[in-house]
Write a protein that binds this ligand. Sequence first.
Ligand SMILES: Cc1cc2nc3c(=O)[nH]c(=O)nc-3n(C[C@H](O)[C@H](O)[C@H](O)COP(=O)(O)OP(=O)(O)OC[C@H]3O[C@@H](n4cnc5c(N)ncnc54)[C@H](O)[C@@H]3O)c2cc1C
Length: 309
Amino acid sequence: QVRQGQKPEGVCLVVGSCAQGYPKNDMGDLIVSFTPIQNQCQYFWEAFPARDGRTTYLFTYLDANPERPSLEFLCDEYFRLLPEYQGVDLSQLDFKRVLFGFFPSYQKSPLRMPWNRILPIGDSSGGQSPVSFGGFGSMVRHLKRLSNGIHEALDYDLLDRNALAQLQPYQPNIGVTWMFQRTMSVGIKQQLAPNQINQLLTGVFQAMANLGDDVLKPFLQDVVKFSGLSKTLFVTSLTKPGLVVPVIPQVGLTMLLDWMVHYSNLALYSSLYPAGKLLSGMLTTLPPKPRYYYHRWLEAWRYGSGGDY
Ligand SMILES: Cc1cc2nc3c(=O)[nH]c(=O)nc-3n(C[C@H](O)[C@H](O)[C@H](O)COP(=O)(O)OP(=O)(O)OC[C@H]3O[C@@H](n4cnc5c(N)ncnc54)[C@H](O)[C@@H]3O)c2cc1C
């Protein structure tokens, strides 16, 4: 309703199943790729043990161009490649559930409500990253912030759209992930080397692994921080410039400039949060309205820079 039919800039198609009959495997995969670009898509896979067997997903990051493959086509691709991914024959599997769906994501996020007294929570707020499947996890991570903020808004009767918008603030650490989305997708008419995305991801994940758990773990748990991101970019650019240079024409100048704005804001938010926290003690005497706004800014700086991790 609020977006008025606007086309999402990013779409992640997902198909998968939960099945029994796999060889015993208690391990999960967060992101796996074993094929080059096909059908203008880079296929990614995810798997984890589930109560009713093993869940496996095939997903791919696209735009919303109507020429993109359908979910039905992707389902066929899933069944074609699943045996290779999990080392099983389809005839061995007893499928319990099959799923298909897509995540739309909008660059103009979080959603700005044009109405008073209405606050979107969860996926409808557009506060989650365009690359992760962690919409639910993201909402849980923000639950304390949202609960306290809603409580304050109700207490002080600050329920107009501007006051409520402070509860779903801009997060530069989500903004920067748009570039990741673009580096993992292929334009409908774009010609990329078949393994360009695989090689880039291998290089970046190697750099993060070498930098240690402080860098790798938050990223895998869907939290981007200025320090970890900067170190990864620095190491990857220095050690593997051949992987980084092709990204520029792939994503385009506009996306790169947009990313630079989010990256600078990430640096800014990372320094504003500790500075803002220092002032907390002095600001307890503020009247309710400025105090409410100050608390929301502090939370925006904290969560927007991954300071909640
Ligand atoms: C394949 C897949 C895997 C995922 N894996 C994970 C994961 O591992 N970890 C994780 O954290 N997240 C995961 N997610 C994301 C997670 O499922 C969502 O972030 C979460 O369900 C969002 O919850 P929600 O209540 O905000 O929205 P939803 O669950 O989408 O609920 C919105 C509800 O509103 C209803 N609705 C819509 N419009 C109207 C209307 N006009 N009137 C009345 N009702 C309406 C819808 O039917 C729906 O029931 C996954 C999602 C998918 C698709």
